[in-house]
Design a protein around this ligand. Structure first.
Ligand code: GAP
Length: 460
C-alpha cells in the first residue's frame, strides 16, 4: 500500500509496523503506555533473527568470546556501579500541565543544529540557557528549574514480611557480566584477552516521548565486555578492532547502507562517569543522526567498584608470570530494538507503485511464501500445500490463499519476504512453479524438485 505523500517517512514506517504486525503500542486497549511497545508476529521474528545473528557473530564464531544470561533484579550492584548516584537525565516540568520533559531535548529542538554542543552543558548551564532564552514547554507554558532525574526503576523485594529491601531493575546488562567475572574465570578456560557477551532486557525511566521504539522504558541490550591486560595490550588498537567489527556487523551482516552511518566521539564532559573514551556509531534515522551503538573504554572502573563494595577479589592471575591485576575492558553496547528500527528504516523502499522492505534475507521474518494461484481450486491448493509443508521444517515459510495474487505479493513485500512461490495451472502440467523475487518483482519458472536448491543458493 502506498501512502499519502504528505506523510513523513517515520509516520509511514510506524503505520506499516502496526498494519503488518511488526510493532504494536503496548496495552492499546487500555490507552497504551508511554514509550512502551510490543512486537507482533513478524516483529518477534525479526527481533529474534537480529538477536541470534548478533550472538552467532560475536559469541559463537569467536574463540575469544563466551556468553552469559543474567538476572534483571540485582542487589547492591547499582550503588557500587555508580548508577544510583550518576545515572540521571536533566528534566523540567511544565508548571501548568505538570508534564515532564528532558531539558536537553527541549534545548536541542530550540537550537539551530550545530550552534552549541548540548552534550557539553552541565545542569546549571542547561538551567541558565532555558531561562535566558525563555524556552517554554511544547504546550507553551513556563518551565520549572532543571532537576536531576534518575533513570533506574526502583522496587522492593520482601523475602520476610516487613523486611523489605530496595532493589533496582537493571539499567544495563553489563553489570551482570562484571558481577560474574570471577565465576566465568573459575568455571571456564578463558584467558585474557577475552570477552563476555550478555543479551537481555534493560529498564530506564525515560521521559522523552514520541520516538517510537528508539527510546523505550524496556529494551533489549546486547553488550560485550572485552577484558584485557592493560600492561600488555594497546586499548586504542582494541577499540579500533571492535569498531571495525561493529561496522562490519551493521553493513555486511545486516546489509545497512554505509552512507547512513557515522562515528562520533564523545566530548570529555559528555562521557559517562565510568568511561575514558567513548564513540557512538550513529545512524541517520528519519528524525536525525542518533546513537545506534556505543563503544566505551571502561578501564577497570567496574571490577574495582565491585571489589570495594563486595570485599571479594576480582583480580586475574596471569598463569605464566603469576602477576595479579584487575583487567581493563572495552565495551561495545547496542540496543537490539534500535538495530530493529534501523533495519526497518534502511530497508523501506517505495518504487513506482510498489512498497517493500529490502531486508537482508538472513533477518527477514519469512524467507519464502507459498500460494495457490486460486484459493478455491482443490488441485492447486493440494500441490501448493505439499510444497509449503515440505519447506516449512527448514525455512521460515508463510502460506496465503486469500484474495488475489497481487494483494498477496503486496502483503509479503511489506514484511520483506524475499521469495514468493505460486502454484498455477502450468504446475499441474509440468511440475514447475513461479518464483517471484521481492526486489526486482521478476518471476522465473523453477522445477518443484529444484526449489530447495534454488532457495539454498539465494538465501545463503
Ligand atoms: N552499558 C553501556 C550502556 O548501557 P548506553 O549508551 O546507555 O550504554 C547502550 O546504552 C545502547 O543501548 C545504546 O547505544 C542504545 O542502542 C541502547 N539503548 C539505550 N537506552 C535505550 C532506550 N531507552 N531504548 C532503547 N534502546 C536504548
Amino acid at each position: 500500500m502506498l501512502y499519502n505523500k504528505h506523510m513523513d517517512k517515520m509516520e509511514k514506517i510506524v503505520a506499516l509496523a502496526k498494519r503488518r504486525g511488526f510493532v504494536y503500542p503496548t496495552s492499546e486497549i487500555y490507552g497504551g503506555l508511554s514509550n512502551s511497545y510490543d512486537y507482533g508476529p513478524v516483529g518477534a521474528e525479526l527481533l529474534r533473527n537480529i538477536r541470534n545473528i548478533w550472538w552467532k557473530e560475536f559469541i559463537n564464531s569467536r574463540e575469544d568470546m563466551v556468553g552469559l544470561d543474567t538476572q534483571i533484579i540485582l542487589p547492591q550492584t547499582w550503588v557500587a556501579s555508580g548508577h544510583v548516584g550518576n545515572f540521571s537525565d536533566p528534566f523540567v516540568e511544565d508548571l501548568k500541565t505538570h508534564k515532564r520533559y528532558r531539558a536537553d531535548h527541549l534545548i536541542e529542538k530550540y537550537l539551530v543544529s550545530g550552534s552549541k554542543l548540548i552534550e557539553d552543558m552541565n545542569m546549571k548551564e542547561i538551567n541558565n540557557f532555558i531561562k535566558e532564552n525563555k524556552i517554554k514547554s511544547p504546550d507553551g507554558n513556563d518551565l520549572s528549574e532543571v532537576k536531576s532525574f534518575n533513570l533506574l526503576f526502583e522496587t522492593e523485594i520482601g523475602a520476610v514480611t516487613g523486611e523489605k529491601s530496595k532493589v533496582y531493575l537493571r539499567g544495563e546488562t553489563a553489570q551482570g557480566i562484571f558481577t560474574n567475572f570471577k565465576q566465568v574465570i573459575d568455571s571456564t578456560r578463558v584467558k585474557l584477552p577475552f570477552g563476555i557477551g550478555n543479551i537481555g532486557r534493560s529498564f530506564r525511566n525515560e521521559i522523552t516521548t514520541g520516538q517510537f521504539i528508539f527510546r523505550t522504558l524496556e529494551f533489549e541490550q546486547a553488550e560485550i565486555e572485552y577484558f584485557f591486560d592493560p600492561e600488555n595490550s594497546d586499548w586504542e588498537k582494541l577499540m579500533t578492532n571492535w569498531k571495525e567489527s561493529m561496522f562490519k556487523f551493521v553493513t555486511k551482516t545486516l546489509g545497512i547502507k554505509e552512507e547512513n552511518l557515522r562515528w562520533r566521539r564523545h566530548t570529555d564532559k559528555e562521557r559517562s562517569h565510568y568511561s575514558k573514551d567513548t564513540y557512538d556509531l550513529d545512524y541517520k534515522f528519519p528524525f536525525g543522526w542518533k546513537e545506534l551503538w556505543g563503544i566505551a573504554y571502561r578501564t577497570d572502573y567496574d571490577l574495582k567498584q565491585h571489589m570495594l563494595s563486595s570485599g571479594k577479589s576480582l583480580e586475574y592471575i596471569d598463569s605464566t608470570s603469576g602477576r595479579k591485576f584487575i583487567p581493563h575492558v572495552i565495551e561495545p553496547a547496542v540496543g537490539v530494538n534500535r538495530l530493529f528500527l534501523m533495519t526497518l528504516v534502511d530497508s523501506y523502499t517505495e518504487e513506482k507503485d510498489r512498497l517493500f522492505l529490502k531486508l537482508d534475507p538472513r533477518i527477514a521474518p519469512y524467507k519464502v511464501a507459498v500460494f495457490p494461484l486460486l484459493g478455491n481450486k482443490e488441485e492447486l491448493i493440494k500441490k501448493a500445500r505439499g510444497i509449503y509443508e515440505n519447506l516449512k521444517p527448514n525455512y521460515m515459510a508463510s502460506w496465503d490463499d486469500r484474495g488475489n495474487i497481487g494483494k498477496r505479493y503486496a502483503a509479503q513485500d511489506e514484511i520483506g519476504t524475499p521469495y514468493c512461490i505460486t502454484v498455477d495451472f502450468d504446475t499441474l502440467k509440468d511440475n514447475t512453479v513461479t518464483v517471484r523475487d521481492r526486489d526486482t518483482a521478476k518471476q522465473e519458472r523453477v522445477s518443484i524438485d529444484k526449489i530447495e536448491e534454488f532457495l539454498q543458493n539465494k538465501l545463503q
